[in-house]
Design a protein around this ligand. Sequence first.
Ligand SMILES: Cc1cc2nc3c(=O)[nH]c(=O)nc-3n(C[C@H](O)[C@H](O)[C@H](O)COP(=O)(O)OP(=O)(O)OC[C@H]3O[C@@H](n4cnc5c(N)ncnc54)[C@H](O)[C@@H]3O)c2cc1C
Length: 390
Amino acid sequence: MLENKIFEDTKTAFALKSDSELDRAYFLFKMISVQPLVRVGTAVTRFALNAKLPVEKLIRATVFDHFCGGVSVEDCKDTIQKMHTKNVHSVLDFSVEGEEEESLFDAALEKVSNVIDFSEDKKAMPFSVFKPSGFGRFEIFQKVGARKELSTSEEKEWQRIRERFDRVCAQAEAAGIYLLVDAEESWMQDAADRLVEEMMEKYNKERAVVSNTIQCYRWDRLDYVKVLHQDAIKKNYKLGLKIVRGAYMEKERKRADELNYDSPICRDKFETDAHFNAVMSYIFDHLEDIWMFIGSHNEESNYLAIELMRQKEIANNDPRVWFGQLYGMSDHISFNMAAEGYNVAKYLPFGPVKNVMPYLMRRAEENTSVAGQTNRELTLLKKERKRRDD
Ligand SMILES: Cc1cc2nc3c(=O)[nH]c(=O)nc-3n(C[C@H](O)[C@H](O)[C@H](O)COP(=O)(O)OP(=O)(O)OC[C@H]3O[C@@H](n4cnc5c(N)ncnc54)[C@H](O)[C@@H]3O)c2cc1C
């Protein structure tokens, strides 16, 4: 492991944060670390927003501004530029979730398309991203994945989903940027996987224009990566893979339990960590065919990646390897890696406050359940505050 623990440098990590922003972040993580508060807070917020109570301002001044770039693409401009001065890139993420209407899928398509337009010629934004369920009904993905017969109107719906995927991929290719496709619940993911595979075969001839996401908390994913790798060799395309641990663990386990099937999730955190590192190592062994975006806040996995790159003499800024964290989290990893010349991009969510609430609640719950991470943020913020005061 590395002698030089680069993530401990809080001066570099928080160079863009004013003293008052540091204090706000500290206050926020302190609140998030109290589990009952998060549980009550998310329920009350949901109720208040549905009842149209005037809580938006409060949300904006706290969680929203910490974890999001703004309501619109325009709002995010300042943040994008500021981060880019430190060699940290932005992945604008239209984080509206759970919509189920055709008109809203078309609206989401337009948003992603606008982001691609906005990204063209901007070195600060080499990626765009979307969620499969943002482009079509969850249930259709589920039915297609389970190979159930579709009605005539469902066939048309599926065709429209395919067209939406195709349109943004073609646009990303023409704009010279990369497109990441997020992964979601396992019971809809098979259909999304097939669709992204189709797109990769079509668009990834010279470079990985499109990348699929591998959730390493699923114990079957290393085998899936190996199958994909063979497919890419056979059909002569570059494989693009974003690797993450996975964000839907509780939901996955609950459903498996209720419907009485084997959970697709690794037995424990240790197994997930080992699986994540195994997938990452496999890809580092095959970089001639696979491009990788490592989406993780885990220090050990990031240090392992650094170490593997050093051992294999892969340049820090090799265009096939990117590192990503979420805006508002793990700046000590993002900014320190960027300072060392690695390719780093932060997901920068944007959208109307009410619509990004599911995203924000996931962040709050995730930071609560991964207590270690919240404590780590608190320790780092405190350390930096002390360094500035001394
Ligand atoms: C840039 C970026 C993009 C992302 N895109 C996606 C995406 O498309 N789809 C998606 O699902 N998630 C996505 N995520 C979220 C990601 O999957 C994780 O939820 C989050 O990053 C926490 O994992 P970690 O590696 O950062 O850190 P860690 O704190 O080391 O890991 C926490 C994760 O470990 C796993 N875990 C925790 N406890 C257990 C247990 N008892 N048994 C088994 N596994 C356990 C869970 O996956 C949990 O989220 C993304 C994250 C980033 C940074």
